[in-house]
Ligand binder design. Structure first.
Ligand code: IPM
Ligand code: MG
Length: 356
């Protein structure tokens, strides 16, 4: 197969980690007889510096035409003062929205090699952590009207949260279908004791659950969910939730695996192209130092092969290579522990590519 992949290296450690993912993907393509054409486009803070805008039209058009998009990270303190409509993060939100990527899958899975890096007690970790957060990505408060007005000398800000039945139903379907391929359990997370959006959310999810009798379904309030994730994460298989709750819970879920640098994500809509990115940020404090952990981005590449290109074996080859390198004791600084060999970002990429 021949695939055209747009890469957005972005800001901070973005360029370093994406370079390693491209290295591993290129090796995988060679091994399995495919050709991947990578095209770099600018978006985020680096695009503000170059063109004065976070997402040049040309970059967006290239994303829309690509077979898939790989993104490193955007943002950083340098652009904190930029107008809110041109912040680096806006580039990400606009791409998600323009590509119609409503379903964001964020796995929270503990790597056996790294279980001692989890901040949770070992007795909790030993029960197992392997769930996926299905986050609605192009609706809710992120995309409602945002406004700050001054009334009688005092500022007042509003952010509007809205959801339609159709928006809830399509993400619900993704969750139930995902559960069928895993442990057949869905927990829908909301704040139905306070919010209308959540009451509608719950109503639609209940309706949908009757179409999936083979999937065990229950509801959970978001504050309780935040607590349960640290108390007993083994209870979760698929968690489905709205945009902002998903943003918050997915950071919490990644933290308990002890390795935010290792977690990939996929964002998909109706079509098979889509965007893949690690869930961590641009880590400006270590940018350009060849210290970052590229594994989250490399595994995002693996997800792309599986979900956008239907390349199961190729995707598995990348996951196996990552496991092998960890088995052999190689670690970047963020996951380093006694008795292991510390390697740089580019060395980690080389080691993984060599094991494809
Ligand atoms: C994420 C990030 C983004 C989000 C930011 C950078 C806009 O935190 O992908 O989780 O809130 O969606
Ligand atoms: Mg986030």
């Amino acid at each position: 197969m021949e695939k055209h992949i747009v890469v957005i290296k972005g800001d901070g450690i973005g360029p370093e980690i994406v370079t390693e993912a491209m290295k591993v993907m290129t090796k995988t393509a060679e091994k399995f007889g495919h050709t991947f054409h990578f095209e770099e486009v600018d978006a985020g803070g680096c695009a503000i510096d170059k063109y004065g805008e976070c997402l040049p039209q040309e970059s967006l058009e290239k994303c829309l035409k690509a077979d898939s998009v790989l993104l490193g990270a955007v943002g950083g303190p340098k652009w904190e003062q930029v107008d809110k409509n041109n912040r680096p993060e806006k580039a990400l939100l606009r791409i998600r929205s323009a590509m119609g990527l409503y379903a964001n899958l964020r796995p929270a899975k503990i790597f056996p090699h790294l279980s001692h890096s989890s901040p949770l007690k070992q007795e909790i970790v030993e029960k197992g952590i392997d769930f996926v957060i299905v986050r609605e990505l192009i609706g809710g408060i992120y995309f409602g009207a945002h406004e700050t007005v001054t009334q009688q000398g005092e500022k007042r800000a509003t952010d509007l949260m809205a959801y339609s039945e159709q928006e809830i139903e399509r993400i619900g379907r993704t969750a139930f279908e995902t559960a069928r391929k895993r442990g057949s359990r869905v927990i829908s997370v909301d704040k139905a004791n306070v919010l209308d959006c959540s009451r509608l959310w719950r109503e639609v999810m209940h309706r949908l659950s009757s179409e999936y009798p083979d999937v065990a379904y229950s509801d959970m309030l978001v504050d309780n969910c935040a607590m349960q994730i640290v108390k007993d994460p083994s209870q979760f298989d698929v968690v489905v939730t709205e945009n902002m709750f998903g943003d918050i819970l997915s950071d919490e879920a990644s933290m308990i695996t002890g390795s935010i640098g290792m977690i990939p994500s996929s964002s998909l809509g109706e079509s098979t192209n889509g965007m893949y990115e690690p869930i961590h940020g641009s880590a400006p404090d270590i940018a350009g130092m060849n210290l970052a952990n590229p594994i989250g981005t490399i595994l995002s590449g693996a997800m792309m092969l599986k979900y956008s290109f239907g390349m199961q074996q190729e995707s598995q080859a990348i996951e196996d290579a990552v496991s092998k390198v960890l088995d052999e004791g190689f670690r970047t600084g963020d996951i380093m522990s006694e008795g292991c060999t510390r390697v740089s970002c580019s060395q980690m990429g080389d080691l993984i590519a060599a094991r494809i």
